[in-house]
Design a protein around this ligand. Structure first.
Ligand SMILES: [Zn+2]
Length: 268
């Protein structure tokens, strides 16, 4: 946690000294105040400066793989934590704090900066992917990162009572639940999960032909579907509309370990 804060401070200082903060804070376009796009064309300078300023042993130059804190409003610090944490994970510098002293400190309460809704897949553990300390992530996992009443209620609890400012819906490559929906067969209660994903598969089939490309597209659309479901909650929608939380979609690559953020996640 301390290391990450130092890196965030260094990144912020570098961005400010490079003029990035000034550039971002001057006369933003209307959509920039609500958009969660990582970096738009007009923000390329500040975004690239910020990326360069975060040290990593595994170069990540594509802006799709960072959340630009300057676009994230109240969730700026949460976004920086995720950016830095994933870079540390990629570079083998993970140092998550799971110490007895932190456990003791957290007995006084939790204030997770981010809610992560992702798949139950054993290859997609958010705490590891983001090098997160105890108490940092409020995590909800279901096969295929689908949500129903229990999951949406869990998100409501985190954003309304624990003060989480960022809600990240993260799908992943080679998702078995999406694969089952593409294949079109499931038994038992798995069928209810597949039923939730099938509309994304049907949509993907309109533009894709091979099973592989249909699955890849459906994985993305399934994240959008979950974001839509979350926004059907009055609690979540009102907090987002009032700028108190940010909702973001993303996809984790199980091969590279990188998290790619969606630039068009339906945010208003
Ligand atoms: Zn999955």
């Amino acid at each position: 946690m301390k290391l990450k804060n130092k890196i965030f401070a260094a990144a912020l200082l570098s961005a400010i000294s490079a003029g990035g903060l000034t550039a971002c804070s001057s006369a933003p376009k209307p959509e920039e105040t609500t958009s969660v796009e990582t970096v738009s064309d007009t923000e390329a300078t500040s975004g690239s400066e910020l990326t360069k300023s975060i040290p990593t042993g595994n170069s990540v130059s594509d802006n799709d793989y960072i959340l630009n804190p300057f676009d994230m409003g109240v969730a700026a610090k949460a976004a920086s934590e995720l950016n830095t944490g994933n870079k540390q994970y990629l570079s083998g510098e993970a140092d998550m704090d799971v110490s007895a002293s932190l456990r003791d400190q957290l007995t006084n309460g939790q204030k997770p900066h981010t809610v992560v809704i992702t798949c139950s897949d054993s290859r997609v553990p958010p705490e590891l992917i983001f090098n997160a300390d105890l108490g940092e992530l409020f995590t909800i996992r279901t096969a295929g990162n689908v949500v129903g009443d229990y999951e949406v209620g869990s998100v409501e609890y985190a954003v309304d009572h624990l003060g989480s400012q960022l809600v990240l819906v993260m799908g992943h490559s080679s998702c078995g639940a999406v694969g089952a929906a593409v294949e079109g067969h499931a038994s038992g209660n798995v069928a209810s999960i597949v039923d939730e994903i099938v509309p994304s598969v049907k949509e993907a089939e309109k533009t894709e032909s091979s099973k592989e490309s249909i699955a890849e597209k459906a994985e993305d659309l399934n994240v959008e579907n979950t974001l839509t479901k979350l926004r059907e909650s009055a609690v979540i929608r009102e907090l987002e509309n009032s700028g108190k939380i940010k909702l973001v979609g993303a996809k984790y690559d199980i091969e590279t370990g990188k998290v790619k953020y969606f630039t068009d996640n339906g945010n208003n």
